[in-house]
Design a binder for this molecule. Sequence first.
Ligand code: SF4
Length: 313
Amino acid sequence: MSRPQVFVSACLLGQQVRYDGGHRRFPYLAVLADYLELHPVCPEVGIGLGVPRPPVHLVSREDGLHLLEVHDHRRNYSEKMRAFAVNQSQAMAHADGFIAKKDSPSCGMARVRVHDEQGQLRHKHGVGLFTSTLRVHLPHLPVEEEGRMNDPGLRENFLTRVFVHHRWRLLQAEEITPASLLEFHTRHKYLIMAHSVRAYQLLGKRLANLKGALAEIAAGYFAELMAALARPARRSNHVNVLQHLAGYVSDQLSSGDRQELSAAIEAYRRAEVPLIVPITLLRHHQNRIQNPYLASQYYLEPYPAALGLRSAI
Ligand code: SF4
């Protein structure tokens, strides 16, 4: 089975590439390494800076953000970093995600400190120069920070997008046809609906007429899909999806089993149990009933169940 390809700020993988010669190992990556291919990238080393090295920070100037040495603003690495990110975006054309080191003026995804020419803090709404350039060139690539990945909802959302991105790349590798595009959409129906029913309807409209330029339609579809999935799925949407899916098995359940499934969905609605509880019950019945439509839905297993992501949301 091919695994999603995810690039990671190298210091998070324990590589001693930080300015002070240290690392910032993110222990959860050891869990992910069983399911993803992890590729280290250190942009500051990539532009030729040594280890250890003088620290850099972001400075706001009239013409935009610059990556400067903290103690010597004459040393400006902005152009080198942008050029490296453009090159790296080509190397990452086969990537399904990027896990970025938070707060870094190169790798940070959000809330990075931005200074003025005197070194005073101006605000904390910056994006690391590598990551901001990368996102221009790979706008649909799922990106998340290790700090935010400690939040179970954000972690689950990021990995959902990584696995959808991966399935899309596999589809592209086999060449997209009208039939394969429609099948992709159909199999992701309830996963998309968990994020937004409206997005599912709009995406369906995009595929209503596939007689035009297929590559353009597919590109537009994928852009809209990734944007929709970036909005975390709400509990009420999951409940709606679960009730729909229960409908595919309910007429073959005993009244006791039906009540038990309905009670599990209601308990999830009240946040008394995690999502995995009604999902496990649904899958248990599905394993016995073998409804082919339900079996086709990625919602029931959008990523390896052993990741345990749905036990925490
Ligand atoms: S945060 Fe990014 S640039 Fe800094 S050491 Fe880690 S990988 Fe390298």
